[in-house]
Ligand binder design. Structure first.
Ligand SMILES: *Cc1c(COP(=O)(O)O)cnc(C)c1O
Length: 399
């Protein structure tokens, strides 16, 4: 038992995060400010969430209006902005109907439930198994950590939820093991984010989609990190020429306001009927107002073009750094979801970047993850490059 003097020294927060010693109190565009007024270049975007930069004006205006009118009402009543956001998502994807929730894990939970219900209720089978991939990340709830192909996420939480099987990622040969008597769906990221910024290879995806089709297995893509424009198209799957049955989104959907969703095709979407799934807060008026303003801005401006153009610029700059410093083994990713492979050095580099007032992330011990807002400018990218150059010069043996 903790005695009172020990208790008074420990944080009132559970230690689920190793926090950096930075307290952020304000944000605008690509920058954030700490309590003392120091400015930082934010190339984390709140982990791929603040895609339009911090406090984007068009979203702020709509949220302020909505704050005057109605904050929350139950999904037992019509929510016009929810229907409008669903329409925009459907018009701009291969899906037909949308379910709203509050986070990424909840979106994947909904996808998992939908796949099972479709197999059991619509197709009348007793299939339940969902195949996922090694190094994947699908969330922290019991079902989604069971879907996640990383032991470190699962340690101490046994027994896992049954019904998941993991195959190696990007392995064409292993796809012969995909179908089993029980398999109803696969769930995968188009770029594995938390697992080390590993893009899915096109040839593998084509083969995967083919095996799914031949065996009546649903193809479900987790676009929670890659979606909403991050890779230069609204969804990353568009770049692979496939049409998934279910798409999960969250992070970038609401510019920082908590919201998640799944978008599903025709008869798959209809496996949910009244009472089969729900969420008190899911798609509430404030959340869908943020979502609608965000996607409308994304689609009505040249934002996606900006992503394509600046992706090229950023890769060129990073490749030049790689040419100078042998410590950088690889630059990989898709669009503005970028991994810089620096074996064993990722956290050291992220900490040194904070000293330079630049915020970037890790994706495991070997990869520095760079996630600028989609509104980023060339000048801001050069600010990152200057800081990285200085950091690498200070690391012994990096040249
Ligand atoms: C972040 C993330 C999740 C989990 O989202 P939460 O909102 O933290 O629950 C799931 N899948 C992927 C690919 C993610 O990047």
């Amino acid at each position: 038992m903790l005695n009172s003097s020990t208790l008074s020294q420990i944080s009132p927060l559970m230690t689920t995060y190793n926090r950096f010693p930075v307290t952020l109190v304000k944000g605008k565009g690509s920058y954030v400010w700490d309590e003392e007024g120091n400015r930082y270049l934010d190339f984390t975007s709140g982990i791929a969430t603040c895609n339009l930069g911090h406090v984007p004006e068009p979203v702020k205006q709509k949220l302020e209006e909505q704050l005057q009118n109605l904050w929350h009402c139950s999904n037992l009543y019509n929510i016009p902005a929810q229907q409008e956001l669903a329409s925009v998502l459907v018009e701009n994807s291969c899906g037909d109907q949308v379910f709203f929730c509050n986070s990424g894990a909840e979106a994947n939970e909904a996808a998992i439930k939908l796949a099972r219900r479709y197999a059991q209720k619509i197709k009348g089978t007793n299939k339940f198994e969902i195949v996922t991939f090694q190094q994947s990340f699908h969330g922290r709830t019991l079902a989604t950590l069971s879907a996640t192909g990383q032991e470190k996420i699962q340690q101490g939480f046994f027994p896992l939820m049954p019904g998941f099987r993991y195959l190696p990622f990007n392995d064409v040969e292993a796809l012969k093991d995909l179908p089993s008597e029980e398999t109803c769906a696969v769930l995968l990221e188009m770029v594995q984010g938390e697992g080390g910024v590993i893009p899915a290879e096109s040839e593998w995806i084509q083969q995967l989609a083919k095996v799914c089709k031949e065996n009546n297995i649903l193809l479900m893509v987790d676009e929670i990190q890659t979606g909403m424009g991050r890779t230069g198209t609204l969804f990353a799957y568009e770049q692979y020429g496939i049409e998934p049955d279910v798409i999960s989104v969250a992070k970038g959907l609401g510019s920082g306001f908590p919201i998640g969703a799944i978008i599903a095709k025709g008869d798959v979407a209809q496996a949910f009927d009244p009472g089969s799934h729900g969420s008190t807060f899911g798609g509430n008026p404030l959340a869908v107002t943020a979502g609608l303003a965000t996607i409308q801005y994304t689609l009505s401006t040249n934002l996606l073009e900006n992503v394509k153009e600046l992706t090229e610029f950023l890769y060129t700059q990073l490749q030049a750094l790689k040419g100078k410093f042998s410590i950088i083994e690889d630059i990989r990713g898709k669009g503005l979801l970028i991994g810089m492979v620096v074996p064993g050095k990722a956290i050291e580099i992220v900490k040194k970047a904070i000293e330079q007032h630049v915020l970037i992330l890790t994706a495991g011990p070997d990869v520095v993850r760079i996630l600028p807002p989609l509104t980023v400018s060339k000048e801001e990218i050069l600010e990152l490059i200057v800081a990285l150059e200085e950091i690498f010069q200070g690391i012994k043996g990096s040249e």
